[in-house]
Design a protein around this ligand. Structure first.
Ligand SMILES: Nc1nc2c(ncn2[C@@H]2O[C@H](COP(=O)(O)OP(=O)(O)O)[C@@H](O)[C@H]2O)c(=O)[nH]1
Ligand SMILES: [Mg+2]
Length: 465
């Protein structure tokens, strides 16, 4: 879409959020930004970097549209690197619409596509690709941890590390090149071998640590997935409502009420936690319920943590509840629910009714979803799970799947280079592996990136960014 040459290079969009607000920001960027501003404002475009109040008028009819604060930021000292003008107008949808239409009347600008401002900033060297992605992550950040992670990448902390990895690969390559240029020396000299080997090995260790921290970064970015599972009527929906402190799921004494997966968001230890309530696990002939069970099994498999709920007052009555694919994993939490009815029930009474409840020293919480007794203990277990799994002192660099894949690719390149060195392969082959690794790392910050890759990355942005 963006690769097509369009006659008007100047773009305009609402940069602030949609909906009614005190003030809305409309941003213009491109070679004609100042010309558009001149036609739209009584008194013309203000001096650069000076906020000025101007009446906005429609160029054709001269109709007064709004009184705005106008900011002119000539390129290259602007967000996009191009001439940028921002209008702060009153934040009503009709006002915004009228100012945008007035700008289109000039014939000098068109509506910006998703992420087009940030893409221009990238293309003009104001941001590298990882930083450009971090702009979107900053906008999407809902928790403080998500914000901090995105802010560090936006600030360039991660790019510095990626660039240093690439530098290191490039200098190992240029050392090898010296040997390649003297073909009568068939082998790599020992000193160069040692130096190259230890350099590449060190890099490989750094890649490994970055890859290991990616799981924590993913949990910060996308949230930790927790699924509530168990037999029909065990009290799963009641527990979800209790944790959410609201009536998110329907609670009913009729078994099989919950049929689709219901998801709510909680913030625990600063982490975004996606908690899902599922259909009771049992073998059934009801087609819709069966689909619900299938989705429950899928949610169980996709979850980072499972909470298995058992009705301690009635551990055997629900009969066959073993469903293929729903397995207890180490670290999963067992909940013995309804202790208000049956305070002395214990886990051993529940195990025979549910063979999949094989105990793997899983933590057990006794509670009542109805009265709330014991629920704090479950909250504490969730917090502990997050602390032990995701709180890390390692600097988290890998904020996106794309980065993870590229580092993993570079890791296999350098592994190949290392074994090539050990096996005494020719320097050209090792050089080639290192070159591939450098390309993969370079792609994170966009040193070399194809139009298609850029299109895909910026398509995820919102319009106005
Ligand atoms: N006494 C008591 N009843 C409960 C408790 N938790 C759930 N129930 C009841 O058990 C029935 C099934 O609850 P529900 O949350 O719909 O179970 P689900 O099928 O696992 O989602 C409802 O009648 C609830 O009121 C509890 O802690 N104590
Ligand atoms: Mg339910």
């Amino acid at each position: 879409m963006h690769s097509i040459e369009v006659p008007t290079k100047t773009v305009i969009a609402l940069a602030s959020g949609k909906g009614r607000s005190g003030v809305a920001v409309i941003r213009l960027s491109g070679p004609d930004a100042l010309a558009v501003c001149d036609q739209l404002t009584q008194g013309g475009a203000p001096l650069p970097h000076r906020a000025a109040v101007r009446d906005i008028v429609s160029p054709r009819k001269g109709e007064f549209l709004d009184r705005a604060l106008v900011l002119v930021m000539p390129g290259p000292r602007s967000f996009t690197g191009e001439d940028v003008v921002e209008f702060q107008v009153h934040g009503g949808s009709a006002v915004i619409e009228s100012v945008l239409n007035a700008a289109f009347e000039t014939g000098l600008c068109r509506a910006a596509g998703p992420g087009e401002f940030t893409r221009r900033a990238f293309e003009n060297g104001k941001l590298d690709l990882a930083q450009a992605e971090a702009v979107a992550d900053l906008i999407d950040a809902e928790t403080d941890l998500q914000r901090r992670l995105a802010a560090r990448v936006y600030h360039g902390e991660a790019s510095q590390v990626f660039d240093s990895w690439r530098e290191s690969l490039l200098s190992a390559m240029s050392a090898l090149e010296a040997v390649i240029d003297f073909p009568d020396e068939a082998d790599i000299p020992q000193s160069l071998f040692d130096e190259t080997y230890s350099r590449v090995e060190q890099l490989s260790g750094q890649f490994n640590r970055a890859l290991a921290s990616a799981e924590a970064a993913r949990a910060i970015r996308d949230g930790v997935r927790v699924a509530i599972l168990g037999a029909p009527n065990a009290g799963k929906s009641s527990l979800l409502n209790r944790l959410a402190a609201r009536e998110a799921a329907i609670v009913s004494s009729t078994p099989g009420t919950t049929r689709d997966v219901i998801e709510i968001d909680l913030i625990v230890e600063g982490f975004h936690l996606a908690l899902s309530d599922t259909a009771g696990l049992r073998i059934t002939d009801d087609l819709i319920e069966r689909e619900g069970v299938r989705r429950a099994v899928r949610a169980a498999a996709a979850a980072d943590l499972r909470i298995w709920v058992e009705d301690v007052s009635d551990p055997v009555s629900t009969g066959a509840r073993v469903v293929d694919g729903a397995d207890v994993q180490a670290g999963d939490v067992f909940v013995l629910n309804k202790i208000d009815v049956f305070p002395h029930g214990d886990v051993d009474a529940c195990v025979p009714s549910n063979p999949s409840w094989v105990r793997k020293s899983n933590p057990i919480v006794r509670l009542s979803a109805q009265t709330g007794e014991g629920v704090d203990q479950l909250r504490e277990l969730l917090a502990e799970f997050i602390r032990s799994h995701y709180a890390s002192d390692e600097p988290l660099l890998v904020t996106r799947r794309r980065h993870l894949d590229l580092i993993a690719a570079a890791q296999s390149d350098v592994q190949r280079a290392l074994s090539g060195l050990r096996d005494g392969l020719g320097p050209e082959l090792v050089f080639e592996d290192l070159r591939m690794a450098a390309r993969h790392i370079g792609a994170i910050t966009g040193v070399l990136s194809s139009e298609q890759i850029l299109d895909r990355i910026f398509a995820d942005f919102c319009i106005g960014k």
